[in-house]
Ligand binder design. Structure first.
Ligand SMILES: Nc1ncnc2c1ncn2[C@@H]1O[C@H](COP(=O)(O)OP(=O)(O)OP(=O)(O)O)[C@@H](O)[C@H]1O
Ligand SMILES: [Mg+2]
Length: 508
């Protein structure tokens, strides 16, 4: 295929028409249809498990469709490997990271296509320079020689984006690329994406955030339960219309926060310091209270709660739960005192992908479900069933492997696992990241209910509406220090954003 023949064709660049895909009994995609045009950014939206990533993987050649039509540049195609789609000019940013942890950032970006010098030697200098150029464009500050192991999820995501963009592809597919990024990083990505669109390339963008879909995309296709529902021009649709198409009903109350009775101090953190990461952090959270840690991605919020819970060390300070001082660096002590932490990187730290849903949900409560050393399957299933249905985990059976669930449904399983421990202090890091609009409202309702039952909740969220909609009290973290504290009444978007972007001296 030459460029001129591609440029002179009219009609869509890529077409999927009534494409279906099943895995054994599970129908992942019933009837997926989509048309990508040159010079246009197409959003694909739908609830968790609607089949979005399955479409992505079929286009990429990772899965083969069972039926339906797939055309690329006007010709029918059957990609049977990811190399084939890549060679045909399709670059994909997958929802789950695909980096090799032991290879450097640069090696990951050039995996399988390293530029060579004479005699086949790899041109390391050229690779490094290209990486630096890409990072400059995306505003990434990561050492190109660093192994990707240990990079934050945001940085890993940025490396994935740089890798896809470096392919200089005709079609760029992005499956929830922004889920882990900060506002500035999202803006940079969008600038790059718009640049590619204006050069005449075809882009596809998946996100659960409507503000992003409306800011970036030209067209939007909605899916529900594996089926195509509708395609509209962005200019001719609205959030409400899209939500109705996605969910099949109106979602009226995103933040069903009830007033709960605020009780005794459940957990208090005093003077917590980890040199170079966070400094002199003190706060307490009371039973019945939802305390939000707001701030920009990278401000140190996750690091603070991880240290308080005991998964990371700290240098100074104390953490007290219901009167007992927690031993530093000992998460099992924290758990024994009724503290649960639902981590941010749920794929890596949360779900056991090779185990079933029921096993995952009861993982942290198995001791309690055991009688005389035996775990009763019936008890395990009852407990798992209850939580799976409260969180609307979409799966055919409780023994479905967690690894085969959609990204959002894996998150729900991890949340269920921790809720099943019935903690007294619940720490949730980005509770609704990657979760669809209907379930988001459900998770909010659940948090509000739990607070109403006397739980103390600490939540970290980068979504300001979520912070303002759910918190009784907001603490703002900037560069590892607390730069603001607001009651629910005082917490305006302006006040929180100001504290999130200014040093302590400037805030006061
Ligand atoms: N390899 C697989 N084996 C079995 N079932 C699968 C597999 N891949 C996907 N599925 C199922 O297909 C359905 C669609 O999943 P998919 O990942 O496409 O959803 P999604 O729309 O991307 O959701 P999310 O927003 O949560 O990422 C889900 O019910 C999922 O469990
Ligand atoms: Mg997905």
């Amino acid at each position: 295929m030459t460029d001129s023949s591609a440029a002179s064709r009219s009609g869509p660049t890529l077409v999927l028409d009534k494409v279906a895909k099943s895995f054994g009994q599970v129908v992942a995609l019933k009837s997926g249809s989509l048309e990508l045009e040159n010079g246009s950014i197409h959003a694909l939206i739908g609830e968790n498990g609607a089949g979005k990533s399955t479409i992505v993987k079929i286009i990429a050649g990772l899965y083969q469709r069972d039926s339906g039509r797939f055309e690329y540049l006007g010709e029918p195609v059957d990609f049977t490997t990811t190399a084939q789609s890549k060679d045909a000019g399709i670059a994909v940013i997958y929802q789950e990271p695909t980096l090799f942890p032991d290879l450097s950032v640069t090696e990951n970006i050039f995996m399988g296509r390293q530029p060579t010098l004479s005699m086949g030697r790899i041109d390391r200098k050229a690779m490094r320079e290209e990486t630096e150029r890409l990072f400059e464009q995306l505003g990434v500050r990561v050492d190109p020689d660093h192994p990707t192991r240990g990079l934050s999820i945001a940085d890993q995501q940025l490396v994935e984006i740089a890798k896809a963009i470096s392919l200089d592809a005709r079609v760029l597919i992005m499956d929830e690329p922004t889920a882990a990024l900060s506002g500035v990083e999202v803006e940079r990505l969008f600038a790059v994406a718009r640049g590619l669109r204006d050069e005449g390339r075809a882009l596809m963008f998946i996100s659960h955030r409507f503000d992003e879909v409306f800011a970036l995309c030209d067209t939007v296709t909605v899916m529900r339960d594996g089926e195509y529902i509708a395609t509209s021009a962005i200019a001719e649709t609205s959030v409400d219309a899209l939500v109705r198409q996605m969910v099949g009903r109106d979602v009226t109350n995103m933040f069903p926060k009830e007033v709960a009775e605020i009780g005794e101090v459940a957990m208090s953190v005093e003077g917590l310091t980890r040199t170079g990461v966070f400094h002199d952090v003190s706060f307490e959270v009371r039973s019945g209270e939802i305390l939000a840690l707001a701030g920009l991605v990278g401000a140190g919020r996750s690091e603070i709660v991880r240290a308080a819970f005991g998964v990371d060390p700290y240098d100074e300070g104390t953490v007290t739960v219901a009167g007992a001082r927690l031993r530093p660096g000992d998460p099992s002590a924290a758990m024994a005192h009724g503290v649960a932490l639902i981590p941010e990187d749920r794929r890596k730290q949360g779900a056991v992908l090779e185990s079933g849903i029921a096993r995952n949900i009861t993982l942290a409560t198995r001791g309690r479900l055991a009688r005389g050393g035996l775990i009763w399957n019936a008890l395990e299933n009852d407990s798992a069933q209850e939580w799976a249905s409260r969180l609307e985990v979409k799966a055919t059976a409780l023994d479905t492997l967690a690894g085969t669930l959609s990204g959002g449904n894996q998150q729900k399983v991890v949340i269920a696992k921790w809720l099943a421990t019935e903690p007294r202090v619940l720490i949730v890091d980005e509770p609704t990241r990657g979760i669809d609009v209907g379930t988001k409202a459900e998770v909010h309702r659940l948090l509000s209910d739990l607070a109403g039952q006397g739980l103390a909740i600490i939540t970290i969220s980068s979504e300001l509406p979520e912070v303002l909609g759910m918190a009784d009290r907001v603490l703002v973290v900037h560069e590892g220090r607390i730069t603001g504290e607001f009651s629910r009444e005082e917490a305006t978007p302006e006040a929180v954003m100001h504290a999130a972007t200014h040093k302590l001296e400037d805030v006061r």
